[in-house]
Design a protein around this ligand. Structure first.
Ligand code: ATP
Ligand code: MG
Length: 584
């Protein structure tokens, strides 16, 4: 886990090494200052020697300046390396996420990945910064202050050791309790982030259903739980201060008491006692810092683990040894295919056997959850089959280079989206070097050219994030055009014309026939009217194919199809596919 972290240090190696060096020098200067103070008092002020006051005074100013300089360097280097390593971690995660298959994304969930890339990385960044600066400074300060104390007066220094032991035990109890709470706090952050993310990304749905209060309640509950956990942790951590104060003042009183005795007896000078007081503060400050480091490290260990999981995840789908880069044609065949989203889980598709010839238009129809999208996703190898094989162009999809296959099999997914940029940039998603002419042709085929041309900026109109400045039907047509720009051998439209009116739906089908006759077209829909002109129609029910043939063949052979057709045509073809009909 920490190896993954170390591997991401990369170009910041020197900054990581130099930070502790600057810190050490800063500490050395800081520790020597009280020692020089003792000399000013004993050899200058008490002895009435002004020359010594000036000499030691100048020494102190010099050391102070150096300490400041090294402190600034240490701070800069620590910030540089911690932000740099955090950037590397984000980059490594993002790169690996791009390699993820659909099932990997299902495994981590989109919200989980966002939390890992933001909150968790920030945690680790803070921990690295603290680790580089404080974790060297605190023990160094502690040890060197103790050494100086023993150097000045060994018997009096025993007071420090006793104080440290008391403080150590108290802090250990405090931190071990707080660490458990912090772990709970992070898990709760995940919950809170998920609520916010879900709400913000679906804010339109929330408003449409007037669910604002329900959503507020969800956020309140998550925030309240987080608040309670934080209060408990802070209450514990707040004990830190009184404990420190009791121990520090106990030390000061004991030191004053015993120190006074030693001074009277002649075994200690006033200057030495003054510097011992300064060292007390240093020792206690270092202990406090150490306790904070331990808390921060426990907090960030969980984050490092979550980050390492993403970076080290091996995508469960990879290119074969010697992949094929050429998809011959748009022929598709399903051979005894069974498919489950989770290994060992229930099958979303069972015993599928289908053969679709190249250039055919095939409609897929069935109730919600009947497996239409699952069936389509296997053609572009978005998921791998659990049993059997899917063949495109006569070859098992697992033998193709994944990019080459997906360039030949264009899918307009059910919940497709546009990206911020211009219309033209969106169209060029599938093919970077597509000319304006090619893009326009694709838009004509998808019946999108007309509305784009009517826009003030035409093809250069800016699409806002998620395509919010376009209507649902316009987004669908742009998504279809974007798929067509690739000139694919297979085009899959998953419910992609659900938001366009029936007349436009019909003209899209017509232009397809005229303009892309050689492309195999798979059209998934809930409306029979959208697929009745197809060469073949696949009727799906509960993950199985329960009918395959042309509209007229199915009308004759399948009573279910007939019933749905009659029902939909009596409602003007506008009603959705009723899945209950199938189960009746
Ligand atoms: N990513 C996923 N992880 C786990 N199960 C899934 C996933 N996607 C779909 N399923 C399940 O697989 C089954 C088939 O879903 P699928 O999306 O293929 O149906 P569909 O016919 O496309 O439905 P709709 O008409 O509503 O789009 C459903 O039971 C669904 O719950
Ligand atoms: Mg679907």
């Amino acid at each position: 886990m920490f190896k993954t972290l170390l591997r991401q240090v990369k170009q910041y190696k020197w900054a990581v090494i130099l930070t502790p060096v600057w810190t050490t020098l800063e500490v050395v200067m800081g520790v020597l200052i009280p020692y020089v103070t003792a000399s000013i008092i004993d050899k200058g002020i008490s002895a009435g020697n002004m020359r010594n006051v000036y000499i030691y005074g100048l020494q102190m100013v010099g050391m102070g300046c150096l300490s400041l300089l090294f402190g600034i360097l240490a701070g800069r280097y620590a910030a540089y390396s911690s932000t740099g390593v955090a950037a590397n971690l984000r980059d490594a995660m993002y790169r690996n996420i791009q390699r993820f298959s659909f099932s990997d994304i299902d495994k981590f969930s989109a919200a989980g990945l966002v939390t890992r890339m933001t909150t968790d990385v920030s945690n680790v960044q803070n921990a690295i910064q603290m680790l580089l600066r404080v974790s060297f400074r605190a023990p160094l300060n502690l040890i060197s202050s103790l050494v100086m104390c023993f150097f000045i007066h060994s018997s009096l220094s025993l007071i420090f050791l006793i104080a440290m032991a008391v403080l150590g035990v108290c802090l250990f109890v405090l931190i071990s309790r707080a660490a458990k709470l912090f772990q709970k706090i992070f898990a709760q952050y995940d919950v809170l982030n998920a609520v916010v993310q879900e709400n913000v990304s679906a804010i339109r749905v929330v408003k449409a259903f007037v669910r604002e209060n329900h959503e507020l309640g969800k956020l309140d509950r998550a925030a309240l739980a987080l608040y309670r956990l934080n209060i408990r942790a802070e209450r514990l951590m707040a004990l830190n201060d009184p404990i420190m104060n009791v121990v520090v003042y106990g030390c000061i009183i004991s030191l004053s008491w015993f120190g006074a005795h030693y001074i009277v007896a002649g075994g200690l000078t006033t200057g030495q006692l003054t510097s011992l007081f300064s060292y007390i503060m240093m020792v206690m400050m270092s202990l406090m810092m150490l306790s904070m480091i331990v808390v921060q490290l426990t907090m960030s260990a969980a984050s490092v683990k979550r980050i390492a999981e993403v970076i080290n995840e091996e995508p469960d789908m990879s290119n074969p040894q010697s992949p094929l880069y050429e998809v011959k044609n748009g022929e598709i065949e399903f051979k005894d295919v069974c498919f489950s989203y989770k290994p060992g889980g229930d099958y979303a598709l069972s015993d599928i056997n289908l053969k679709i010839e190249t250039g055919m238009t095939v409609g897929v129809i069935g109730g919600t959850g009947s497996g239409k999208s699952s069936l389509a996703s296997l053609i572009g190898r978005l998921y791998d089959v659990s049993k059997g094989a899917v063949l495109v162009g006569g070859v098992d999809v697992r033998r193709y280079d994944i990019a080459a296959l997906r360039n030949s099999v264009a899918m307009v997914l059910q919940n497709n989206t546009l990206f911020s940029g211009t219309v033209l940039e969106n169209l060029r998603w599938g093919k970077e070097d597509a000319t304006e002419e090619e893009c326009r042709n694709a838009c004509i085929s998808a019946c999108a050219d007309e509305f784009i041309s009517s826009l003030k900026d035409g093809y250069n109109t800016v699409v806002e994030q998620g395509g919010t400045n376009f209507s649902g039907g316009q987004i669908q047509r742009l998504c279809i055009a974007r798929a067509l720009v690739k000139s694919p051998k297979v085009l899959i439209l998953d419910d992609s014309t659900s938001a366009v009116d029936t007349a436009t739906d019909a003209s899209i089908r017509k232009t397809f026939e005229e303009r892309i006759p050689g492309t195999t077209k798979i059209i998934i829909s809930h409306r029979i009217i959208s697929v009745q002109h197809a060469d073949k129609i696949v009727l799906m029910n509960d993950g199985r194919v329960c009918g395959f043939g042309s509209h007229s063949e199915l009308l004759e052979s399948s009573p279910i199809y007939r019933e749905i057709y009659n029902m939909q045509s009596s409602q003007g073809g506008e009603s959705d596919f009723d899945s209950n009909t199938l189960t009746r």
